[in-house]
Design a protein. Structure first.
Length: 326
């Protein structure tokens, strides 16, 4: 049961990054499109049907983390509380700005637009710093107390910048699929522009990690290979104008960092500068797993079905008849 719920947590977390990554990418790319309000609304409207549904994956993942792995949750949130706070601020700012920007047609929207861009940027940076520290090892002492400044070590900063480029790439490819035809060209050019920085991030993080980390499981090495393959497929899709396969590839690519953090040292699930935590030690009591099992499987099935139906209903690009949610 412990391994099953660890895999379930991985599925939900990877699903969140695969889907919500293009939300933040589109948000950060908003200034790259013309200031014309109609085009801005079309850019944001491409996210409309998916925006809130994508965030549900994070809620579900946090629920599984709290219920199934409370000891891990306590160590991680305590050790990286600064990054957790900045992440929540970014998420709240981004979500609120998205929903409030177009509520009053006659109101100025510059502040809400800045909130969307800034919130998405802070969220991307925070996730990169957070996962970079999980991969490298949280800077905790023997008593479990965090070393705040060490959270912003050079390796984690590299991950923060890499996540900005990664989400921008994913957002641009998403717009190539969902945005109106008049915006497709700009989206494709942006996607090609961000492919280079993402490739540089993968190469530098891999080489740096090879020397900085103490060992890796075959699963972790496989995730790194998968990330490079996904980027290659994405670039090929952009070159051949296969935008939907390119989007799937970038979604896989965005899920790879979370997958790497969960498999790099498994069954060790948390490494710090002073101690390690194995998955059995992080797990809750067996009786709790039995209770969670009654709810987890149906909830995941509903989540997958709703996500599939949403994409099926809105699989075509926006046009003049499309409803703009934002």
């Amino acid at each position: 049961m412990v391994t099953f719920f660890w895999c379930l947590l991985g599925l939900l977390t990877c699903g969140y990054f695969a889907l919500a990554g293009y939300d933040y990418g589109v948000g950060m790319l908003l200034p790259a499109f013309e200031a014309d309000e109609r085009k801005r609304r079309q850019t944001l409207g491409a996210l409309g049907p998916f925006f809130l549904a994508n965030e549900v994956w994070l809620v579900a993942a946090v629920g599984v983390l709290f219920g199934a792995f409370p000891h891990l949750e306590g160590k991680v949130f305590a050790g990286a509380y600064v990054l957790v706070v900045t992440l929540l601020l970014g998420l709240v700012t981004f979500t609120a700005s998205m929903q409030l920007r177009s509520r009053r047609p006659d109101a100025p929207r510059g502040a809400w637009t800045a909130g969307i861009v800034g919130g998405a940027l802070v969220t991307a940076l925070s996730w990169g710093l957070f996962l970079g520290n999980l991969v490298l090892g949280l800077p905790l002492d023997a008593d479990g107390a965090p070393t705040v400044l060490e959270l912003f070590n050079p390796y984690a900063v590299l991950w923060g910048l890499g996540f900005v480029a990664l989400f921008c790439l994913q957002g641009a490819v998403f717009l190539a699929v969902r945005a109106p035809a008049e915006l497709t060209g700009r989206a494709v050019r942006l996607a090609r522009a961000f492919s280079g920085p993402v490739f540089a991030f993968l190469v530098i993080a891999t080489v740096w990690g090879f020397f900085a980390l103490d060992g890796s499981t075959p699963l972790g090495i496989g995730v790194v290979v998968l990330a490079f393959l996904a980027l290659a497929v994405s670039r090929l899709g952009l070159a051949r104008r296969w935008y939907r396969p390119a989007l799937v590839a970038t979604m896989v690519l965005s899920a790879c960092p979370a997958l790497l953090a969960g498999t790099l040292r498994f069954p060790t699930v948390l490494a710090t500068s002073a101690y390690t935590l194995r998955v059995e030690e992080a797990a809750t009591a067996s009786g709790t797993f039995g209770v969670l099992g009654w709810f987890a499987a149906p909830a995941v099935v509903v989540l997958l079905v709703v996500q599939w139906l949403t994409w099926r209903a809105h699989r075509h690009p926006l046009d003049q008849r499309s409803l703009l949610h934002f």
